[in-house]
Design a protein around this ligand. Structure first.
Ligand SMILES: [Mn+2]
Length: 324
């Protein structure tokens, strides 16, 4: 059956839905959830949104007027007939334990990550899509009447989040054409690009300057490390952090950029970025994480500096294919 048929059959089959996405939600996760919420509401459905409490401040505007159950701060009780999990490749990346009642419901998984485990009862997967936002456009757009300006805005935010504002390799003619149709709803593109991609704070600048002083180079690898004390010194919550890894990914001669972050003591969060000819998702998976070929990540428990040397070691053994 075609994806669009699976999608609309699933929507028609139930009257109440819970929407959720991955931990530490990014613009694609939040934009997709917001778009789906408003789309289902337009269809007269009952909708609940359950998200990690760590919603970045710059993305909160997308959830305006949407009641959100903040996971991690309150007990969760599933009340909907069906669940839609967006932009999430496996159950572990959600907030819900394997034995949570949410998995007893009918689950539709809509996602674009290559390592998707097909954990839904229905799975709509498109590994060529730049973003889950782009997939929602394909699934929901059937002409001008399909969307409201708010839906268009949420999908646009999702798409620019994952394409870096149409700059990454996943930017296709197709996604640009979809974006053109989204702009027809009168979106404030300048505001959205600034808000989703560039927004920062004074205290973030302080942290950035200290983080830059930790940058190290090994062959074609650049690393940056931000430990727990640094976050405390600048009074920055992990959810307020800018995309620090972007500061080192663009340096001449750097094929792999790594951010080592210690959001809390005993936990190392690793963000990996690579040039198109290198697949660093294998390294993320080696440490129990996942992601895309050129943008992946993992979380490792234990001592920060020990974890750093473990990952650096693994990265140095990564096979270097010929540059294309
Ligand atoms: Mn995504």
């Amino acid at each position: 059956m075609k994806s669009n048929d699976i999608f609309h059959r699933f929507l028609n089959a139930y009257s109440s839905f819970t929407l959720t996405s991955h931990l530490n939600p990014d613009a694609d996760a939040i934009g997709s959830v917001a778009a789906m919420y408003r789309y289902l509401k337009m269809k007269g459905k009952q909708v609940r949104v359950a998200l990690d409490v760590q919603v970045p401040l710059n993305l909160r505007f997308l959830l305006q007027g949407i009641p959100v159950i903040h996971l991690g701060t309150q007990n969760y009780q599933e009340q909907s007939q069906a669940v839609i999990v967006l932009d999430c490749s496996n159950k572990r990346r959600t907030f819900f334990e394997e034995n949570c009642e949410i998995w007893q419901k009918k689950v539709l998984n809509i996602d674009h990550h290559q390592d998707n485990t097909r954990f839904g009862h229905e799975n709509i997967l498109d590994f060529n899509a730049s973003s889950t936002g782009e997939m929602l456009f394909d699934l929901c757009y059937e002409g001008r009447e399909s969307f409201t300006a708010e839906i268009a805005e949420a999908i646009y935010a999702a798409v620019i989040g994952d394409t870096g504002g149409f700059r990454y390799a996943n930017t296709s003619a197709k996604v640009l054409n979809s974006a053109a149709l989204l702009l027809d709803y009168g979106l404030d593109v300048s505001f959205l690009n600034k808000q989703v991609l560039e927004k920062t704070t004074k205290k973030a600048l302080g942290l950035i300057s200290e983080a830059l002083s930790t940058v190290k180079f090994y062959q074609d690898i650049a690393t940056m490390q931000v430990d727990h004390t640094m976050l405390q010194r600048h009074q920055i919550e992990p959810k307020e952090l800018p995309e620090l890894v972007n500061y080192i990914r663009s340096i001449e001669g750097v094929d792999i950029a790594v951010l080592y972050l210690e959001p809390e003591q005993g936990l190392t969060k690793v963000s990996l970025r690579s040039q198109p000819h290198l697949d660093i998702s294998t390294v993320a998976r080696y440490f129990g994480g996942g992601g895309h070929k050129n943008a992946a990540g993992c979380k490792i428990t234990g001592e920060f500096l020990e974890n750093i040397s473990k990952v650096n070691q693994q990265l140095s053994t990564l096979e270097r294919a010929d540059k294309t």
